[in-house]
Ligand binder design. Structure first.
Ligand SMILES: *Cc1c(COP(=O)(O)O)cnc(C)c1O
Length: 364
């Protein structure tokens, strides 16, 4: 077994623990009772992480990467006569627009600069111009830049207008506390390989049961039919429709146990915040400025502006990789940036080591 893995400082797939990797050594049967019990316990744990109970909410896993989960929600929930408001300030918001286009779903886009958060006032303005909006979706942590969007002010306001609310919390759920019921989120989407620190292979949706049951028969695809996946899991006590990623699910169960051992979401959030602060402070001392002001910077991933026009990212990336760290290129067009994630099995000591490696790379 390869043991000297580099540390992934990326927003997922991310560095997982040894125990999470080891959990994949067992070949489970996809419809066996033992395996179905694991699925049921995962569903229950996900509800607890979102501070909701199984009276009003249900957790539904769906095979595939995170985008499959977003696509499952959009294509299964918005009816043919509905209109979706999409708040966009990065690539993941834009991707939701692409999904809506593929299915011919009517949508109104609120487009905000990628370096700025979505604001309640911008939402209020667009809602005032469109009285046909029935559904709303926004991204919590826009991984494109690391901007943290204020779901706590926007989502309840939308919900109070009778609009069904959906949040792409892919890169935040499990790493930032989210009280789903208090925030009036009807559908929250995340995946196995982000802050819960599992391996890639499935997405999951935490859904308001009334809204999910209303989606019966609306799906535009067979395999991404969220209601149908839910109905099968309920009827057959944790059975997935079609082959499930058994090894990934078992690894995820281990990742959930580790999250509990760490002290739950609050503790993990504190660790990510500590990582992020250390990183920004250390980088500043080395001459790298963060793209996003700290007020709306997430503790998940940070974009840094190239320090000079002559900055050679490829060389920098290669030097860090040799030193045992894999970072991420930037994703916005307006400013040349690169990104460093600090989620996963990554601790303050790792950030300290990274900063030394960066100091050496820039000194060359
Ligand atoms: C990772 C991510 C996704 C999903 O990406 P996949 O590559 O499909 O897993 C969606 N939204 C956000 C905000 C993300 O960070």
């Amino acid at each position: 077994m390869v043991d000297n893995n580099y540390l992934l400082l990326t927003p997922g797939p991310l560095t997982t623990s040894r125990a999470v990797k080891a959990a994949m050594q067992f070949d489970y049967c996809t419809w066996d009772d033992d395996y179905k019990k694991i699925t049921q316990s995962i569903r229950q744990s996900l509800l607890a992480l979102g501070a909701v109970d199984n009276q009003s909410y249900t957790a539904v896993p769906i095979q595939g990467s995170g985008t499959y989960g977003v696509e499952a929600v959009i294509s299964s929930v918005v009816p043919t006569d509905g209109t979706l408001l999409i708040a966009m300030n990065g690539a993941y918001g834009q991707r939701i627009g692409q999904i809506a286009d593929v299915y011919g779903i009517q949508h109104v886009d609120l487009i905000v600069d990628e370096r700025e958060p979505i604001t309640l006032s911008a939402i209020q303005e667009i809602v005032a111009q469109h009285d046909d909006i029935t559904h709303f979706v926004m991204v919590h942590c826009e991984t494109t830049t690391g901007v943290l969007n204020p779901i706590e002010t926007i989502v309840p306001w939308m919900h109070d207008r009778g609009i069904v609310t959906m949040v792409d919390a892919m890169s935040s759920f499990g790493g930032i506390p989210i009280d789903i019921a208090a925030l009036k989120i009807d559908f929250l989407i995340s995946s196995a390989n982000k802050c819960i620190q599992g391996v890639p292979g499935f997405a999951f949706v935490i859904a308001n049961k009334v809204c999910l049951e209303a989606a019966k028969g609306r799906a535009r695809t067979l395999s991404l039919d969220l209601y149908d996946q839910y109905a099968e899991m309920e009827k057959n006590h944790g059975k997935w429709r079609y082959t499930s990623p058994t090894h990934v699910v078992h690894a995820f169960a281990t990742a959930l146990e580790e999250l509990a051992t760490e002290g739950g979401v609050a503790q993990r959030y504190a660790r990510y915040q500590e990582n992020q602060q250390l990183l920004v402070t250390g980088m500043k001392a080395l001459g790298f400025e963060a793209l996003i002001p700290q007020d709306y910077q997430s503790p998940i991933i940070t974009s840094f502006v190239y320090p000079t026009a002559a900055f050679d990212f490829k060389q920098f990336y290669d030097d860090l990789k040799v030193a045992g760290f894999v970072i991420y290129p930037g994703k916005i067009s307006t400013v040349p940036t690169f990104r460093i994630g600090n989620i996963g099995e990554v601790y303050p000591e790792d950030i300290q080591r990274l900063l030394i490696a960066i100091q050496e790379a820039v000194a060359q």
